[in-house]
Design a protein around this ligand. Structure first.
Ligand code: NI
Length: 190
């Protein structure tokens, strides 16, 4: 299996809704999942959606034990989630900076539900039904959005809070304070 190149925003694969997996025994599905983990690890992402490497199936992966990029984030178990369905457990939302492997070098401040339930299937076709909060919930929402052709910039309410990481960091250093938001969570790249 292999590290694949990650498609970038503008590629039509990232705009199209993906289709449900119907054959959990298909060796091509197992191969796709291995490629996704290889690619996510190589890119040091927190998650990846199948259409980011050109597949049209509703498959996402996410999770990490510890990474210096998110030193304050609790670990998220390595997860394969197929045909996901997300429901918000309440209407509370939080704002945090997100990045995406398909939009390298940029980040934006994105609102997401803080408490969600996600349902779907694992790689073997077993039913999954999980509740998640905060960063874990954010990662799942980001990845599942990909399967519907939605990239995080589409979710940004205030486009002044979107830009190149280098420039945002410069502005941040100049302000000697956080960027102008009082509810900024942890960075998410993927
Ligand atoms: Ni992404």
């Amino acid at each position: 299996m292999a590290v694949k190149s990650v498609l970038r925003m503008g590629d039509p694969h990232l705009q199209c809704p993906c289709v449900e997996v119907t054959d959990f025994g298909d060796p091509a599905l197992a191969g796709l999942i291995v490629d996704m983990f290889d690619t996510m690890c190589a890119e040091e992402g927190a998650g990846l959606a199948a259409n980011q490497i050109g597949s049209g199936l509703r498959v996402v992966i996410f999770g990490f034990k510890h990474t210096p990029r998110y030193p304050d984030c609790p670990p998220i178990p390595e997860t394969v989630l197929i045909n996901p369905v997300i429901s918000a457990l309440d209407q509370e939302q939080g704002l945090a900076w997100e990045g995406c492997l398909s939009i390298p070098g940029m980040r934006g401040l994105v609102p997401r539900y803080k408490h969600i339930r996600y349902q779907g299937y694992d790689a073997q076709g077993n039913v999954m039904d999980v509740e998640a909060t905060d960063f874990h919930a954010r990662v799942v929402q980001h990845e599942c959005d990909h399967l519907d052709g939605i990239l995080y910039p589409y979710r940004i309410n205030d486009m002044s809070q979107f830009g190149f990481i280098e420039e945002l960091e410069k502005a941040d250093a100049m302000a000697q304070a956080g960027l102008p938001c009082d509810d900024v969570g942890k960075d998410l790249t993927e």
